[in-house]
Write a protein that binds this ligand. Structure first.
Ligand code: GDP
Ligand code: IMO
Ligand code: MG
Length: 437
């Protein structure tokens, strides 16, 4: 069973793109299976930095087939711009990219709904979405009657369907903002999307059929998760989540590949915590430590440029994500960002209503009340971006890694000490000391 899965274990931006890029050379197919252009995955190769949004990070390797499955929501304009950007930089895309005809299409009304509805929430209830139309598109998918899939763009009924949907959306949206009634023009949208469809035609395929065949012929498949486990629609910090299953449980539903064929689940964790947008964040540090993390980690959103909220590693949340996702091993990223901090804190329990617990609460109000219980570890002064073996890390850094690993009861198999491909410590020997049963 040749499937490997990479998922984020926090609130996104754990450096999944970097890890997928590292693993790509051992795989034949790389798959994006949920989310959309809310994702921003960075891959740094020498002097070149690539920011991938809808296209799998595997696209940078010419010999790999990249697949965007039906679980993804696609803004055609965005993916076409991404394709053009890659081609302009000499990356071959034409032969290497396949997009599912089952994927759902984001339309201008989804972007409007995203903005208007998030702005209309009560104080403190604002999700702070990326405003890419992700939630409204998934909402229409679940509602069915007003949704269009990529395959629908090639049907003769497209003009009529757009006309009908626009007539309904105009009524709905004008209730929120009357001035918007005329901004949705069915004919113009039809023309625009029919044109996108023609440009996308060479990439569109039945990716279920392709992947099910690939599984049968034992192809090595790498699944690239977007967002992070705590943003999962069902299992994250609802309602401050994204609209897809972004934890380990989402891989099969989004890709059409049964979990039975995924034999290696790698969870990606940043050495500290960040979050963009609203929602509770018990270990958040709005102080000098948080500032250190934001500046050293360059914690500004890849998609929206918003400053990310920063805080100490939350091991309670991490343990939850690891167990939820069936994670076998963890990759610990951005360890270099911690250099220069005198002491490091790790949240090892929550105190909620006077009770201490290691369980991650199911209700957001409980999480809001959670007071972090910290364990304090020694920091280190040394810069570690040039370190390539565990032995060469400062003792305090090794102790920090061991502490995380012991807490979540999983080995760490990669440690990242800088954005570039080569700034990585590979630690396969760790696996031997843990049973992967
Ligand atoms: P993703 O969404 O999980 O792929 O992560 P992002 O690309 O949004 O954010 C991760 C950021 O950290 C990117 O700017 C990466 O180039 C950068 N990065 C990745 N690994 C490391 C690392 O080990 N150290 C540092 N300092 N930066 C890293
Ligand atoms: P990657 O794949 C970090 C956050 C948004 C917002 C919430 C809902 O790069 O890790 P949405 O637009 O999805 O409806 O927004 O989810 N969010 C992310 N945060 N990384 C991401 O992706 C994210 N995708 C969505 O900031 O709080
Ligand atoms: Mg990102």
């Amino acid at each position: 069973m040749p499937g490997t899965s990479v998922i984020g274990l926090q609130w996104g931006d754990e450096a999944k793109g970097k890890l997928v890029d590292l693993l790509t050379k051992k795989h034949e197919i790389v798959v994006r299976y949920q989310g959309g252009a809310n994702a921003g995955h960075t891959v740094v190769v020498g002097p070149e930095t690539y920011k991938l949004s809808l296209i799998p990070s595997g696209i940078l390797s010419a010999e790999v087939q990249c697949v965007v499955t039906g679980g993804v929501v696609i803004n055609p304009q965005t993916i076409l711009a991404e394709i053009d950007g890659l081609v302009a930089r000499g990356i071959p895309v034409a032969e290497n990219l396949m997009i599912s005809d089952r994927s759902h299409v984001i339309f201008p009304w989804h972007m409007l709904e995203d903005r208007l509805l998030d702005e209309s929430t009560a104080d403190g209830e604002n999700i702070g979405t990326t405003q890419r139309g992700i939630g409204p598109c998934y909402r229409d998918k679940v509602g069915r009657s007003y949704a269009l899939r990529l395959g629908d763009l090639f049907q003769p009924t497209l003009r009529d369907r757009i006309e009908h949907i626009v007539s309904v959306k105009r009524k709905l949206l004008s209730a929120l903002d009357e001035s918007l009634i005329d901004t949705l023009d069915a004919e113009a949208i039809f023309e625009e999307y029919a044109n996108y469809a023609e440009r996308l035609r060479p990439y569109v395929a039945d990716t279920n059929a392709y992947l099910l065949d690939a599984v049968e012929s034992q192809k090595k498949i790498l699944f690239e998760g977007a967002q992070g486990s705590l943003l999962d629609i069902d299992h994250g910090t609802f309602p401050f989540v994204t609209s897809s299953n972004s934890s380990g449980v989402g891989v099969s539903a989004g890709s059409a590949v049964s979990a039975r064929f995924i034999d290696r689940m790698i969870g990606v964790v940043k050495a500290y915590s960040t979050r963009v947008g609203g929602g509770p964040f018990p270990s958040e540090q709005e102080n000098a430590a948080g500032e250190h993390l934001r500046e050293r980690g360059n914690e500004y959103g890849t998609v929206t440029g918003r400053p990310r909220r920063c805080g100490w590693l939350d091991a309670v949340a991490l343990r939850y994500s690891v167990r939820l996702g069936g994670v076998d091993e963890v990759a610990i990223m951005l360890l270099d960002v911690l250099s220069g901090l005198k002491e490091l804190k790790v949240c090892v329990a929550y105190e909620i209503d006077g009770e201490e617990t290691k369980e991650f609460p199911s209700h957001v109000d409980q999480l809001r009340k959670a007071r972090p219980v910290y364990e304090t570890l020694a920091g280190w002064e040394e810069e570690i971006q040039e370190v390539r073996t565990l032995d060469d890390l400062p003792q305090a850094a090794r102790d920090y890694l061991d502490f995380i690993s012991r807490y979540v009861e999983r080995p760490f198999t990669f440690v990242s000490v800088g954005p570039e491909r080569s700034q990585t410590i590979l630690c396969p020997s760790q696996v031997a000391s843990y049973s992967r049963a």
